[in-house]
Design a binder for this molecule. Sequence first.
Ligand SMILES: Cc1cc2nc3c(=O)[nH]c(=O)nc-3n(C[C@H](O)[C@H](O)[C@H](O)COP(=O)(O)OP(=O)(O)OC[C@H]3O[C@@H](n4cnc5c(N)ncnc54)[C@H](O)[C@@H]3O)c2cc1C
Length: 383
Amino acid sequence: MVIRMAKAVVVGAGIGGLAAALALRSKGWGVEVYERAARLEKIGAGLAIAPNALRSLDVLGLGDRVRELAAFGEASAGVCRHDGTWLVKTDQEAAKARWGDVAVVLPRAGLLDTLADGLEPGTLRLGTEVTSVDSDRGTVSTAAGETEADLIVAADGVRSPIRTGLFPDHPGPVYAGETAWRLLLNDVPMRVGGIEYWGRAGVIATMPLAGDALYMYAAALAPAGERSDDERKVLLDKFGDWAHPLPELLASVEPESVLRNDVYHIATRLPAFHKGKVAILGDAAHAMTPHLGQGACQAIEDAVVLAHEVTHGDGLAGYTRARLPRTMKIVKDSHSTMKLALMRNRLAIAARDTAIRAMTRIAPRAGLNRFDPVFSWKPPASD
Ligand SMILES: Cc1cc2nc3c(=O)[nH]c(=O)nc-3n(C[C@H](O)[C@H](O)[C@H](O)COP(=O)(O)OP(=O)(O)OC[C@H]3O[C@@H](n4cnc5c(N)ncnc54)[C@H](O)[C@@H]3O)c2cc1C
């Protein structure tokens, strides 16, 4: 007798899709990943991977590889005012003591390569666009024809046509009101901490990478679609008089290397993260603003929980139960953090900064409390 291996088709080879493919394969599923782009999308500069996602990557056998790709400086980290005054200060030791691990920052391309290298040859089908999905029959259509699967994973990103097809009454992603810039600097001649600076209607951060490289991101309130021919100049106009070394670092950036994206999030929860044979995962299910650094981390969590539920747990209903409340709480908290960080009113900013400083004087680690439920998460026990 031939026992057929359960088959999954994953739509989308972003961080979520690749992690799902690895997690399902590790549970004995046959997996194919269909990605419409001709090569893996490695744009996005850097990425923070928090302890909760590192634990999930450990389940996939990739945690240590990812830790190796990251910088572990002793430089201080935390949140400052735009003038460089500390609001919340922390360090690697405090993070490790609290969450058992640190948040690492690495080039996005390094994470994508690490995930893709873990796939078995032939799994990843680049240049393969999925044109439709039948959730009841479990079929996926591409230009090459129709494929049947026991499980279809919609990891097709924030604009997910599969999500729209399954839940046509859901409003889909909405503009969060902010735009974000990302950039990578190589050969940075000075020592820089992992610091997020909060000022009037703007945030900018320096995140050291391995070697002398540096990842910077910034965000500001702006109308959707606003663009400039010179985004470096936009950054210098907004942040050029903030604390040292921000002006010097921004001045050294190649203008064409600045990546800008308007931020959309899924503000209204979906009825479920599954329908028929389809599971929705990553940004397709719960795109969020980047202020807790959790979008990709939650996609990686989704992947290990999905593989666990469809193999040993309660199937796709168990997946929705485990993932929907947690991720939507993080979507909401990320948006609240965005509103706190990007205040416009000077009096409100002064009150916010005074309150944060008073709180950290009384309880120096209190600023870290809000990360506890996010970072302390553990993957389902392996069998
Ligand atoms: C400024 C900024 C900073 C961020 N920083 C962090 C951070 O520090 N830490 C963190 O955890 N997260 C961060 N995020 C969030 C993170 O980038 C996303 O949550 C994550 O990349 C989502 O991955 P995904 O696989 O779900 O979706 P995507 O990366 O969007 O992948 C979807 C894939 O599906 C493919 N696709 C779409 N339609 C089809 C189709 N029909 N057929 C085949 N393929 C298809 C696309 O080509 C794409 O490759 C940040 C986001 C922003 C905007």
